[in-house]
Design a protein around this ligand. Sequence first.
Ligand SMILES: [Zn+2]
Length: 306
Amino acid sequence: MTDNISVFDFLKKFPDEDTCEKYIIAARFPTGVSCPFCGNHRIYRLEAQKRFKCGTCRKQFTARTGSVLAESKVPLQKWLMTAWIMTSHPKGISSIQLAKTLGVTQKTAWFLAHRIREAFTQQGGLFTGTVEVDETYIGGKEKNKHASKKLKAGRGAVGKTAVVGIKQRNGKVKAVAVKDTTTSTIHAFILKNVHRGSTVCTDEHRSYLGLDGYEYKHLTINHSVGEYVKDMASTNGIESFWSLLKRGFMGVYHQMSPEHLNRYVNEFSFRHDVLKKSCFEVLNKVFYNTNGRRVTYKDLRLCPTK
Ligand SMILES: [Zn+2]
């Protein structure tokens, strides 16, 4: 984020529920309020009830309907504050700390943060030009786990979840948790996200071999001989993203269950991608992205990979 507003600035901008409601409506519907049920723009405002009524299907709705805010009783000011805190803390915030800051239970804070994370999911086209691809492993150190949780295996990656990521040179990031880092998994991820004809920079891990066969220009670097930057072939960008993700993991979240890992990875990618935007541009984007999304507590507990 390019600017750093204070708590006082925040409360001045969002002093009450009415102001927050107006802000969220404007962010969600930049071209005017439309009906979340039928998409029509002929809408009436029922001011006393703080609701809208569709002139076509006659259904009523609020600023929350048809978004991740639906069915939530948490005041809109707390929603805005959560989004602001999550986007302005480079390493994120734990649900325990968030609960204390907002004056809500940890369960409420946890659910709130996960619904905001849903709105962090970035859309956008394929990566193109020069891109860096790399993989990393996220998870606790074996020696720090309780005896019952220890896995009796020697490989460094055991007990951790693999994450593969792409970074546009000087641009956006996309990363996802993957079941393994075999050639087929890595190649499928690259083919799905990187435009053919692009230049792909990787290290010499064997899973990257053969990318030239898909019309990519493949540049590799060899870390083991201290060869970190060879011509254009650097993966420094995606590696600094991994180090921020890991610092967040170690310092803030301590544990990211493999089921929820993608939500946390999204959070870090989103913050990375909006780094050059102002605070209110970012909040606008978050609340625009809440449109059409829905996450229930049950989704998070029972269908955690959703
Ligand atoms: Zn309607």
